[in-house]
Design a protein around this ligand. Structure first.
Ligand SMILES: NC(=O)c1ccc[n+]([C@@H]2O[C@H](COP(=O)([O-])OP(=O)(O)OC[C@H]3O[C@@H](n4cnc5c(N)ncnc54)[C@H](OP(=O)(O)O)[C@@H]3O)[C@@H](O)[C@H]2O)c1
Length: 325
């Protein structure tokens, strides 16, 4: 039996239940991993409240990202062995002391990446990679707007876009978060709870506006995010921290400058094994070189997962949060 955090009915943080569960032996193509650290992500809350349906029904073990050591190998697994250090992003099952992992979704960790770093960055950092390098290719001199710039994905996006030579503009919920975003590559910060972020973006860019807006906030920043874009600019809606964007008339994209809009998710960008490995390697490279650091600003015991969710949803966190089994 191992410790795990399960959801038996959807709801608030109080439905996260710390209990013991049985993890069987690894089946065909699976490995069993002793987990050393589990990432906490906003998507964990979407599953908990039922915004995203659980693919395994109820109850389910929460969590979508973790890192640990292979302790058993199932039939048909050829490229992993007992003792390998691995990390992965998998829908559900990650808030636990041990778990079974399909070997094809696990990535071997380089020696210079710790378990804690890996658990703090696989989901958020691989997301930053595909957003900046594939969904829209950020180039030197571009104006980019990141919402929630001091958050988990936000701090990684800011550092990486800065390293690519972009002019990085970030919205944040407080003065302290503005200071943190600035210390992590954000050139200009906007206190979007107090300031009109469209007016500030116009001002900061001298009226040129942005080539791309990365928006993980959703409901409260839409449609104003579209007004931050130059003609033919890209609106990248990658999350819904404030709630989902409601249905809108697509003609608004024409009226606001022949804009492009997309709603991407890592699952599709990393669906093929070769893409998963390429995205992870690019992330390991920028972290290894020191161009991107992974701030782990909250650590909790696994049994305190409820508090981790309260803090994340209460806008009380910065950077990444992890749970320690
Ligand atoms: N599509 C993908 O592939 C993908 C993958 C990973 C993550 N995501 C998305 O990326 C976004 C960031 O995820 P994260 O895990 O790194 O979280 P996070 O940014 O660390 O936390 C969310 C932040 O959103 C801001 N926020 C604004 N309005 C909010 C509200 N009503 N309630 C709560 N927070 C609000 C807060 O920052 P301020 O106080 O500064 O406003 C808060 O700290 C989420 O939308 C997530 O779903 C998408």
């Amino acid at each position: 039996m191992v410790a795990a955090v399960r959801v038996h009915k959807i709801g608030g943080p109080e439905v996260l239940t710390f209990e013991e569960i049985e993890i069987g032996a690894p089946g065909q193509g699976q490995v069993k991993v002793k987990q050393h650290a589990c990432g906490v992500n906003f998507i964990d809350t979407y599953f908990r409240v039922g915004m995203y349906p659980s693919p395994v029904g109820l109850p389910f073990v929460a969590g979508n990202e973790a890192a640990g050591e292979v302790i058993a190998v199932g039939p048909g697994v050829t490229d992993l062995k007992v003792g390998d250090r691995v990390a992965y992003v998998i829908p559900l099952g990650c808030y636990a002391g041990e778990r079974l992992v399909p070997a094809e979704r696990a990535v071997k960790l380089p020696a210079n990446i710790s378990y804690e770093q890996a658990a703090a960055m696989m989901l958020k950092g691989m997301t930053a990679q595909y957003l900046l390098r594939r969904t829209f290719k950020v180039e030197k001199g571009m104006n980019v707007l990141m919402h929630a710039a001091a958050g988990g994905v936000g701090l990684i996006l800011c550092q990486w876009a800065n390293a690519l030579g972009a002019n990085v503009i970030g919205t944040v919920g407080s003065k302290e978060k503005a200071d943190l975003a600035k210390a992590n590559g954000c050139h200009h910060t906007i206190l979007y709870r107090d300031e009109d972020f469209v007016a500030r973006v116009k001002d900061i860019t001298g009226g040129k506006l942005c080539d791309v807006v990365y928006d993980g906030i959703g409901k409260t920043t839409f449609p104003a995010s579209l007004d931050c874009l130059r003609p033919l600019g890209y609106f990248v809606s990658f999350g819904s921290a404030s709630g989902q964007i409601e249905a809108f008339n697509i003609n608004v994209l024409q009226a606001k400058g022949s804009l492009f809009a997309t709603r991407p998710t890592l699952n599709h960008y990393a669906a093929k094994r070769e893409d998963l490995v390429a995205i992870a390697n690019d992330l390991f490279d920028v972290v290894g070189k020191g161009a991107v650091k992974i701030p782990i600003n909250q650590k909790y015991a696994l049994r305190d997962a409820q508090q981790a969710h309260r803090d994340l949803e209460g806008r009380a966190t910065t950077g990444s949060s992890i749970l320690l089994p």
